[in-house]
Design a protein around this ligand. Structure first.
Ligand SMILES: Cc1cc2nc3c(=O)[nH]c(=O)nc-3n(C[C@H](O)[C@H](O)[C@H](O)COP(=O)(O)O)c2cc1C
Length: 118
């Protein structure tokens, strides 16, 4: 059995997490074994602490954060209006690498046109 212990070493030298994300995401996008490099697990929580998660597709990424599409009527949208703090996790299996992002989610319609063009 292969020794994968080094795979799980903490990345402690990164000063800019956005650069780390861009680096790993770019690598994942160009890997032939990864079909959905933009897929991530997204977790929301009601104000009384009931959490739920689901898979989503990232549509845009910048130093301001990431964006995704969803229905305003969905459970996640309802929960985000109640509690905008959420977290997500990307996992790229061939590299055994994951990135977790936590933050405040803004519900907006402004990005819609841009996203539909992609
Ligand atoms: C790989 C994958 C990608 C998905 N991408 C999206 C997405 O970008 N937006 C979305 O609203 N739902 C997406 N879904 C469906 C969600 O996982 C989820 O079932 C749906 O949004 C309803 O979630 P909610 O009821 O928790 O709000 C995706 C599902 C899978 C399996």
């Amino acid at each position: 059995m292969a020794d994968n212990s080094s795979v799980y070493e903490a990345i402690s030298l990164v000063s800019d997490p956005f650069e780390l994300f861009k680096d790993w995401h770019t690598k994942a996008k160009s890997h032939s074994d990864i079909k959905t490099a933009d897929a991530f697990c997204f977790a929301t929580s009601t104000s009384d602490g009931h959490s739920s998660c689901r898979m989503l597709i990232m549509r845009l990424f910048s130093n301001e954060g990431l964006s995704f599409f969803t229905s305003r009527l969905s459970q996640k949208a309802v929960e985000l209006r109640e509690n905008p703090l959420a977290s997500c996790c990307f996992y790229w299996e061939p590299f055994q690498q994951q990135i977790r992002i936590q933050g405040r989610v803004e519900l907006t319609e402004e990005l819609s046109d841009k996203c539909w063009e992609t």
